[in-house]
Unconditional design. Structure first.
Length: 202
């Protein structure tokens, strides 16, 4: 079986997953897809912290917010697990073995208590980003995959550490893939592919 790895770049309620095989000189994109991990039937599921903020910051409101966020987390982790498991099973059926995965992270600062998050609009966005990235990480762990969290601001430096002098060629190769495999090949796809290749090399 050929070794493969995938990278994930999350947004609010959805993300882009790119799976790769080969090495920097013979890189092959073997899967790419949009994964949706927020249930549209749940009010506010795409922006759960924004929705929770509307429940108020009284003691009762905080309890309701905690229950709501826990429920959303359970659903998002299940949807992430189902989506990623589908990728893994399909690739295994095509004679690939997933040896690693990577989820792109933000700055990685620890979040304050919930009451403070709900009272700050910038923190709502920060918490939601972490919420959906964590769902993807938990899905990988449930599938017993090796998962690396790579801060997006460190991605280029990590590429240099992993590939040395070939790092710039690797990034150029990834950037040019869109012309051969066709759209979509956005910034999300390129970042996820680079993270996947780093995970594969590791």
């Amino acid at each position: 079986m050929k070794a493969a790895a995938f990278g994930v770049r999350m947004h609010s309620g959805w993300g882009v997953l790119v799976a790769v095989s080969g090495d920097p000189s013979s890189l092959e994109v073997i899967d790419r897809r949009r994964v949706v991990i927020a249930d549209p039937a749940i009010p506010g599921a795409k922006q759960p912290y924004h929705h929770a903020a509307g429940l108020g910051t009284s003691e009762l409101g905080l309890r309701e917010s905690e229950k709501y966020l826990a429920s959303c987390a359970t659903v998002s982790e299940r949807l992430a697990f189902t989506a990623i498991e589908d990728v893994v099973r399909k690739l295994e059926g095509r004679d690939h073995r997933i040896v690693g995965s990577a989820v792109l992270l933000a700055s990685g600062h620890a979040l304050p208590p919930l009451a403070k998050i709900l009272g700050s609009h910038p923190l709502l966005h920060t918490a939601e980003g972490q919420f959906f990235r964590n769902a993807a990480i938990q899905a990988c762990l449930r599938l017993k995959l090796v998962v690396a969290g790579i801060r997006e601001c460190d991605l280029e430096e990590q590429a240099k550490t992993t590939f040395g002098r070939a790092a710039s060629r690797v990034q150029e190769r990834i950037a040019s893939l869109g012309s051969s495999i066709g759209p979509p090949w956005t910034k999300d796809h390129k970042a996820a592919a680079l993270a996947a290749l780093i995970a594969l090399a590791a």
